[in-house]
Ligand binder design. Structure first.
Ligand SMILES: NC(=O)c1ccc[n+]([C@@H]2O[C@H](COP(=O)([O-])OP(=O)(O)OC[C@H]3O[C@@H](n4cnc5c(N)ncnc54)[C@H](OP(=O)(O)O)[C@@H]3O)[C@@H](O)[C@H]2O)c1
Length: 283
C-alpha cells in the first residue's frame, strides 16, 4: 500500500512518518515544499498547497493520504490550502483521505481560527470517496513551552477556568499512523486526547510540583491578557490567535477525553503529569 503524508517535513508529519516506518511494510511518500528534508526509506515529493498544480503529481498513485494543515493564520489561508489539497487528492484518485483537524471544531466563520478546520472537514465529507478525520486536542508541548516562558512570573493565565485534555504530538502521530496502516476507519471522526482533562489550577500545580517553584493559575479579563502579550512584544495576529484559543478552552472545546489514541496507536497516551515531570526535572 502506498501512503502519502502531506506536511511530512513538519514536526507532526515527521513523527507520523517515523511511526509508519516503525510499523514497516508500506511504501511511504513524504510530501511538502521541501521534499529534500525527507530521508530514506521514505520518498520525498514536492507538493505546495499554494500551488495546486504541484499537488496532482505529488498525490498521484497514492492509496491513502494524510493531509496535515499548515500553521497559516491569515483569514481564509489555511482553509483555502486544505480545500485545494482535498480537491487535488480526489482528482488524483486517492482512495482514502485522512484529514488532521482540531478538537473544538464547530460551524464557524473566518476569522475564527477554527473556521479552517470546519471548512476542510465539511469539504472532505462532501467530496472524498472515503475519508477519516482525526481531531487533535491541544499539544502538551505547547503547554510546556508556555509554562517555561511563564515560570519566572509564577503564573499561568487564562480567560476563565477550563479543562483541556492535552495530548503529546507523538501520540497524535501514533493515532494517525494507526488510521493510515489499518482497516475499519472509513467515515470515522476520532479525537486524539490525553488520558485526562485538567483544569488550569491542576496543570499549574503539576508545574509547581515538578519545578519546585511557586506557580499558579490566574484568570484575567481579556483586555488585561491582551495588553500583557502586546507589552511582551507579541505580534497582533499571534495575540488574536492565543486569545481565541483561550476562549475555546473556556467554552469547553478541548474538554473531551477518548480512548482513540490507544485504540488507534496500540499504546496508552502519555499523561501530562509525566510530560511535565520530564520537562521540569533537574531545574
Ligand atoms: N493542537 C495544537 O495544540 C496545535 C498547536 C500548534 C499547531 N497545531 C497544528 O498542527 C499542525 C501541524 O503542526 P506541526 O507542529 O507539525 O507544524 P510544523 O512543524 O510547522 O509543520 C508544518 C508542515 O506544513 C508544511 N507546509 C507549510 N506550508 C506549506 C505549503 N504551502 N504547502 C505544503 N506544505 C506546507 C511544512 O513543510 P514545508 O515548509 O517543507 O513545506 C511542514 O511540513 C498544523 O495544522 C497546526 O496548525 C496544533
Amino acid at each position: 500500500m502506498r501512503i502519502g503524508i502531506s506536511g511530512a517535513s513538519g514536526q507532526l508529519g515527521a513523527a507520523t512518518v517515523a511511526e509508519l516506518v516503525r510499523r514497516g511494510s508500506h511504501d511511504i511518500v513524504g510530501i511538502s515544499r521541501s521534499p529534500e528534508r525527507v530521508s530514506a526509506p521514505v520518498r520525498g515529493r514536492l507538493g505546495d498547497y499554494d500551488r495546486p498544480e504541484t499537488l496532482a503529481e505529488a498525490y498521484a498513485g497514492l492509496d491513502r493520504l494524510l493531509i496535515i494543515p499548515t500553521g497559516e493564520m491569515g483569514p481564509g489561508r489555511r482553509a483555502g490550502q486544505s480545500v485545494a489539497a482535498i480537491d487535488a487528492a480526489v482528482e488524483a484518485g486517492v482512495g482514502h483521505i485522512v484529514l488532521m483537524s482540531s478538537a473544538g471544531t464547530r460551524a464557524a466563520e473566518e476569522p475564527d481560527i477554527y473556521a479552517s478546520y470546519w471548512t476542510a472537514e465539511q469539504h472532505l465529507i462532501r467530496t472524498a470517496p472515503r475519508w477519516t478525520i482525526l481531531r487533535m486536542n491541544y499539544y502538551a508541548e505547547a503547554l510546556l513551552q508556555e509554562a517555561r516562558m511563564s515560570l519566572a512570573g509564577g503564573v499561568l493565565t487564562g480567560l476563565g477556568e477550563n479543562r483541556v485534555a492535552f495530548v503529546s504530538r507523538e501520540d497524535v502521530a501514533g493515532a494517525a499512523a494507526g488510521i493510515l496502516s489499518s482497516e475499519g476507519h472509513v467515515g470515522a471522526i476520532y479525537n486524539a486526547t490525553g488520558p485526562g482533562s485538567l483544569t488550569g489550577a491542576e496543570r499549574a500545580a503539576l508545574v509547581a510540583d515538578a519545578s519546585g517553584q511557586p506557580f499558579s493559575f490566574l484568570v484575567l479579563p481579556e483586555a488585561v491578557l491582551r495588553q500583557g502579550m502586546e507589552q511582551a512584544g507579541l505580534p497582533a495576529p499571534i495575540v488574536g490567535v492565543i486569545l481565541s484559543i483561550q476562549e475555546k478552552f473556556v467554552q469547553g472545546g478541548f474538554d473531551i477525553v477518548t480512548g482513540d489514541v490507544e485504540r488507534l496507536s496500540g499504546r496508552k497516551p502519555r499523561a501530562l503529569q509525566d510530560l511535565v515531570r520530564e520537562a521540569f526535572s533537574g531545574r
